[in-house]
Ligand binder design. Structure first.
Ligand code: A2P
Length: 316
């Protein structure tokens, strides 16, 4: 299992399991099965609504002696309604309690978007907090504090541009250890990945398979189907591999961490096996050339309903 060395000398397994959309009633078995297969990196978040169930799976696996806590890399994310400086600790403590852990390996600010406390989704102007009401630098400062106390071994930012990360680094004097963003051949994030490399920030690629199981309200009717692209199918056939395996191998080859989601035992094993698939430089280049700036998770759901965010400002 390959791993990434972070700027704080910690080591993150490059391959992990995404848990967004792991449904209640399914998440528990998914985690136990993934642990049996050999998964050691788990990407969670408060807003996914399944941390209690995932935590039970971890606890039972530890008690059964399947795996030790220190052998796992567990990430979670601060939701938008806990951005106010005084609430960041509460956000982490709730996640730790739900996951039944006493520390996280990595805690991320989920989005550069703040909501009033108690709203899992903002639906009007009052439910969005402005930069003046909840300065992102203060959120980041609180994250750095939790890191210094060891409650989160590493900290980072998800869905933040390089410019936003630079601003926060300068304001607080602490750089993120990890940046998590959507990355796949339709959105190869060439400049972002290079920029993170220069800044010694590890990148985790989310939605690496094109996130087909998103709720219809989050999908645009004409979105392209990554897993069916002819170039991908051709490379997969050449290797006797599945298209998903090729996408995972592409991400690993580019030096990013990658967190494909599956709740299906066969596909969990298939995705895990992709770690040993080796692609040629030419194949990597062919896939990277499919880039078209296409975001499946475009954040437009934060840009209406009286929000002060626009699509442009969100990603700038
Ligand atoms: P399932 O959970 O039924 O396996 P992403 O990681 O980009 O969010 O994509 C997750 C979606 O991809 C889910 O719909 C998941 O379905 C599906 N998926 C996961 N692994 C594979 C695979 N090996 N082949 C095809 N689809 C997959």
């Amino acid at each position: 299992m390959s791993s990434l060395s972070l700027s704080n000398s910690r080591t993150m397994p490059a391959f992990g399991l995404g848990t967004w959309k792991a449904a209640p009633g399914v998440a528990y078995t998914t985690i136990r099965t993934a642990l049996e297969i050999g998964y050691r990196h788990f990407d969670c978040a408060a807003i996914y609504g399944n941390e209690v169930e995932i935590g039970q799976a971890f606890r039972d696996a530890f008690q059964a002696g399947d795996v030790r806590r220190e052998d796992l890399w567990i990430t979670s994310k601060l939701w938008n309604d806990h951005h106010e400086q005084a609430r960041v600790r509460e956000g982490l403590q709730k996640t730790l309690s739900d996951l039944k852990l006493d520390y996280l390996d990595l805690y991320l600010v989920h989005w550069p978007v703040a909501f009033a406390h108690g709203f899992s989704f903002a639906r009007n102007k009052e439910q969005f907090l402005t930069e003046e009401q909840a300065p992102l630098a203060q959120t980041w400062e609180a994250m750095a504090q939790l890191n210094s106390e060891g409650l989160a071994g590493s900290i980072g930012l998800s869905n933040h541009s390089l410019a936003k990360m630079d601003r926060l680094t300068a304001a607080v004097g602490v750089a993120p250890h990890v940046a998590q963003v959507e990355v796949h051949p339709f959105l190869p994030q060439i400049e972002f990945v290079q920029g993170c490399k220069e800044r010694k920030i590890a990148v985790t690629a989310y939605s690496p398979l094109g996130s087909r199981d998103r709720h219809p309200s989050m999908r645009s009717p004409n979105e392209p189907t990554l897993l069916e692209h002819p170039t991908l199918l051709q490379i997969a056939e050449h290797h006797g591999a599945s298209p998903a395996q090729v996408l995972i191998a592409w991400a690993l080859h580019r030096g990013t961490s990658v967190i494909p989601k599956s709740s299906n035992p066969g596909r969990l094993a298939e995705n895990f096996a992709a770690q040993t698939l080796s692609l040629s430089e030419e194949e990597i280049a062919q896939l990277t050339a499919l880039g078209r700036g296409y975001r499946y998770v475009d954040g437009r759901f934060f840009c209406g309903n009286g929000s002060h965010h626009t699509y442009e400002s969100l990603w700038a």
